[in-house]
Design a protein around this ligand. Structure first.
Ligand SMILES: [Zn+2]
Length: 149
């Protein structure tokens, strides 16, 4: 029973990721698709030189969680394939500091995960943390197209 439920869950998730990547790559009119170089890589724990069995178990369990359950890795692969197929340019942009920094005045402040809204203490910007981050990624993409690349 557990196996059946788990499989159904996986199929459902796959279907969602499939639809989302298809929508982005095929339906949207924009020529370029820009994504952040996902925090997934920061979330995966790297292997330490000398790890205890306990640390090893923790690392493996968490990495499995990030890759399997969360499915982002598969999503990026799907998106890459579909963009290629539908002739879109896919850019993966460094995401470093995009959450901490205000996209208007570039002021930096700490943003623990539980704070969902960015309230800039410098210029007063109030914005959803993910939207602020997305604007940054977009700005970085546009800057790359400029003459200073
Ligand atoms: Zn600001």
């Amino acid at each position: 029973m557990y196996k059946r439920v788990a499989e159904r869950k996986r199929n459902k998730q796959y279907d969602c990721l499939h639809k989302a990547s298809h929508l982005i790559a095929h339906q949207l009119a924009e020529r370029a698709v820009v994504i952040g170089d996902l925090s997934q890589r920061q979330m995966v724990i790297k292997k330490q030189e000398e790890e205890t069995p306990k640390e090893r178990e923790k690392r493996q369990r968490r990495n499995r969680m990030v890759y399997n359950d969360w499915g982002l890795y598969g999503f990026v692969q799907m998106l890459t394939y579909k963009c290629l197929r539908f002739g879109k340019e896919l850019s993966i942009i460094d995401e470093h500091d995009t959450t901490r920094m205000c996209h208007v005045c570039k002021h930096k402040q700490d943003m623990p995960l539980w704070i969902r809204t960015y309230r800039c203490t410098n210029c007063g910007l109030v914005m959803d943390r993910d939207e602020n981050s997305a604007v940054h990624i977009y700005q970085r993409f546009v800057a790359r197209l400029g003459p200073h690349r």
